[in-house]
Design a binder for this molecule. Structure first.
Ligand code: GFB
Length: 310
């Protein structure tokens, strides 16, 4: 299905996930890429998206473009998380079908699962209960994107596959102190506290919520693996199969950064989903496993932060 010179469009190639997938595809020998920044092409606009697909006629599409953010960003603008993501997915998937794209890979999220799902969460637990309210808009959009792929395959015989990664972190992450995800937020907080000599760092929530964290380059590796080896109507959890409490994560980030002060918890801030651990045995049985352990991935991300974020 994929040739090394297949024309590949990575929607979101400048974001953390899309850029990692592009690096992995290049490492694997793929050479023919087409891309547009969000300033050049607004994927929420159907006409512009169709025009781009008709002009460029990509053969393979990776749908990594999305409005993303941490727990606060999701709570502040739930309508934008739902609307922007629904529009992007619907426009890209329909344009792909109309222009005969051979294969498409859609990036979902572990937040598609019910808030109180049994842990670890297997693929078949999808839609067994209500999703976490702090990211309901994003979760519903990601469920819709995955279902679009599934139903396009059923109705049109397309080859669109989906992955559901756990919480990602890595190179090119957003280190905004309020709207980012927990890993970049903590790297920045502990780094700034170290530099300023602050006595303590404040971590949101109780510290008891648990998260499964995957280095984005590993997620990208899984995407390339599935693009090359899988066609069908099932989706795959992509993670490590291990989780940590936010308190444990904070301690590890402090160690990586070299901060020796105190950590305090602000329990007025939300915990979000109590636990979000995925069962990744389906992907393991298909032949793929993560490589980067948490502390190693955090150290690489901190190194990137030091070089790139002044
Ligand atoms: O990464 P995060 O925002 O995403 O937060 P979610 C994870 C946990 O870390 C929550 C705690 O329990 C937060 O309260 N936390 C502690 C912090 N300190 C901080 C901090 O300084 N910043 C942040 N951001 N969190 C998102 C969803 O949920 O996960 C998205 O909102 C998406 O839709 C993404 O699915 C993967 O795991 O709670």
């Amino acid at each position: 299905m994929l040739n090394k010179d297949s024309k590949i469009y990575i929607a979101g190639h400048r974001g953390m996930a899309g850029s990692a997938i592009m690096r992995k595809l290049k490492e694997a020998g793929y050479t023919n890429f087409v891309g547009r920044s969000s300033g050049e092409l607004d994927l929420r606009c159907q006409d512009a998206t169709m025009k781009f697909f008709e002009e460029e006629k990509p053969e393979i599409v990776v749908l990594a473009a999305a409005k993303v953010g941490g727990i606060m960003a999701n709570m502040e603008s739930p309508a934008s998380f739902l609307y922007d993501n629904l529009m992007i997915e619907a426009n890209v998937i329909e344009a792909a079908r109309r222009t005969g794209v051979k294969k498409l890979l859609f990036l979902g999220s572990s937040c598609i699962y019910p808030r109180l799902s049994p842990q670890p969460m297997k693929e078949e637990y999808l839609l067994d209960g209500k999703v976490e309210p702090t990211n309901e808009g994003y979760a519903i959009a990601k469920i819709a994107g995955m279902k679009l792929c599934e139903m396009y395959n059923r109705q049109y015989g397309t080859d669109y596959i989906s992955v559901m990664p756990c919480n990602l972190y890595g190179y090119g992450d957003n280190f905004d102190p309020v709207r980012s995800h927990v890993v970049p937020a903590l790297i920045r907080k502990y780094h700034e506290a170290k530099v300023s000599g602050a006595e303590s760092v404040t971590v949101w929530g109780t510290g008891k919520a648990r998260r499964e964290l995957l280095f984005t380059d590993d997620m990208a590796d899984a995407c390339v693996y599935l693009l090359e080896s899988y066609s069908g109507n099932e989706f795959f959890n992509v993670g490590t199969g291990k989780d940590v409490s936010i308190a444990e994560l904070a301690k590890t980030v402090a160690e990586v950064v070299g901060y020796e002060g105190k950590t305090e918890f602000d329990t007025s801030k939300p915990d979000g989903m109590p636990q979000k651990l995925m069962d990744c045995t389906k992907l393991e049985k298909a032949g793929w496993k993560y490589k980067t352990e948490l502390k190693e991935g955090l150290a690489k991300t901190y190194e990137w932060f030091l070089k790139n974020c002044k």
